[in-house]
Write a protein that binds this ligand. Structure first.
Ligand code: SF4
Length: 449
């Protein structure tokens, strides 16, 4: 049984230092007991207390990792029903399904679509995250050959789909040490499939057409010692799937109902043959509450809007998007190229870097860490100020890369130029444009000599 807020409070430092984001230790304890924050937010909890509070600290929805290496993904660990309450943590993963009743050309085409669907947006790489490999034939040899083919073509994590455990064993063998998700334990095979997942220490999906049965299977598998489960409420009727996903998430978060304390997998590709409707269903499952969403195709037109939706839904609304603080090379700048400085708010960075790129004049763009705020906001907050900018310039290494000492600052902070010159006595501070759109014209007439 979970601990109460007061039980947790008794074990906290009681200093009310606010570093966890809550005004008091008691407020933090209450939120932790409700599963709406993480024990990691308090830096002063000792290891001993951490162990004692493990049950209360565990996220109400377990995090499950699929795959290995750089391409591995984690789903689950969500703490809230609505993103505006806090944030969602582990982005929904989009996948594409291939099966052993497809001919080689079709499989190749789908793998090609998945590979080519990669987009960098505001510094984040958006891509297809998984390939679901299905045994439609029930033939272990065919399934094994397909898994080998897919594994040879991509490092993306795999979902192995077979309900016959002997067929699944062939797929597991072919997948080697790539930590695939096994799909799925059902009422008919739960003992054998659960046994295989436990023996191989692999995550396991659980499938049932109604929630009572799904809860029963989930409980049975956790009783067998399995921890990494993924749930598939599988009525395969869009409206019902949606209602089931919401009910499961509510039960896990509000009632701490352990059998539903796992991420979900959804298959819009199996709910309709209409490709537009399938894409709309996938968007619905990204919003509520598909951890893994498997589609029939991965063309750019359907994946790109879905990937951007994932990015938007899983971006922390309380934290502005920021890029790394450093000097960026725009074009191929050399020792005589202009040096500009701005803030690390993603939008600011991408607009400024885009205008520099458009000018065709290579330049060094320095991005100062101001907690992701725009130029004027950061200046007003005392973050984009001479001391911070000077410290960034002096520690960035830019001095070793250029011959001149001219630094272009945004026109909106022209008022700091005098003070900045005092902080950087070897530099000439040049006031740049107020609007990014004017940067190309400015750079064309600017000279560092
Ligand atoms: S960070 Fe820890 S010690 Fe500080 S207020 Fe939060 S719970 Fe209390």
């Amino acid at each position: 049984m979970g601990l109460s807020g007061l039980d947790i409070f008794k074990k906290l430092p009681k200093t009310n230092c606010k570093e966890c984001g809550f005004p008091t230790c008691l407020a933090f304890a209450m939120k932790l007991a409700a599963g709406q924050t993480s024990l990691d937010e308090c830096p002063y909890v000792t290891d001993e207390v951490r162990a004692e509070l493990a049950e209360a600290a565990a996220p109400p929805i377990r995090g499950v990792t699929v795959g290995v290496g750089d391409e591995a993904f984690k789903v689950g660990e969500e703490l809230v029903l609505f993103r505006h309450e806090k944030t969602f943590f582990n982005p929904a993963v989009l996948g594409v399904l291939v099966s052993d009743d497809m001919d080689d050309a079709k499989v190749d085409e789908l793998l090609k679509q998945a590979k080519e669907c990669e987009h960098e947006r505001v510094g984040v790489m958006l891509k297809v995250g998984t390939i679901a490999v299905k045994s439609a034939s029930g033939d272990a040899g065919k399934f094994k050959a397909l898994v080998e083919k897919v594994k040879g073509a991509t490092a993306k994590p795999l979902v192995l789909m077979a309900e016959d455990v002997e067929v699944m064993k062939a797929g597991v063998e072919a997948a080697g040490d790539s930590r695939p998700l096994l799909y799925a334990a059902t009422e008919a095979n739960v003992d054998a499939m659960g046994g295989l997942a436990k023996e191989k220490d692999l995550p396991l999906a659980v499938k049932a057409a109604d929630l009572d049965k799904l809860a029963e299977l989930s409980e049975k598998l956790t009783g067998m010692g399995l921890k990494d489960l993924v749930l598939d409420p599988a009525p395969r009727k869009p409206g019902e799937t949606f209602k089931d996903l919401v009910a499961m998430r509510r039960a896990a978060l509000n009632e701490k109902f352990a059998p539903f304390g796992f991420p979900a997998i959804t298959f819009p590709c199996e709910e309709t043959d209409d490709e537009l409707y399938e894409t709309a269903l996938a968007a619905m499952y990204v919003c509520k509450y598909g951890g893994i969403v498997v589609l029939s195709h991965a063309e750019q037109w359907r994946m790109y809007p879905l990937l951007v939706l994932v990015l938007n839904v899983y971006t922390d609304p309380q934290r502005p998007m920021a890029v790394d603080s450093k000097f960026y090379e725009i074009g191929a700048p050399d020792e005589n190229s202009p040096v500009l400085v701005t803030t690390n708010f993603s939008l600011t960075y991408f607009i400024v870097s885009g205008e520099i790129e458009g000018s065709k004049i290579p330049a060094w763009l320095g991005v100062v860490d101001v907690d992701g705020q725009s130029v004027l906001t950061a200046w007003a907050a005392g973050k984009f100020v001479p001391e911070t900018i000077a410290k960034f310039i002096n520690t960035s290494g830019i001095i070793d890369k250029i011959k001149h000492r001219k630094l272009i600052i945004p026109g909106y902070v022209a008022q700091i130029s005098g003070e900045l010159e005092e902080e950087l006595p070897d530099w000439e501070i040049v006031i740049g444009t107020r609007e990014a759109a004017d940067i190309p014209a400015f750079l064309r007439q600017f000279s560092t000599v």
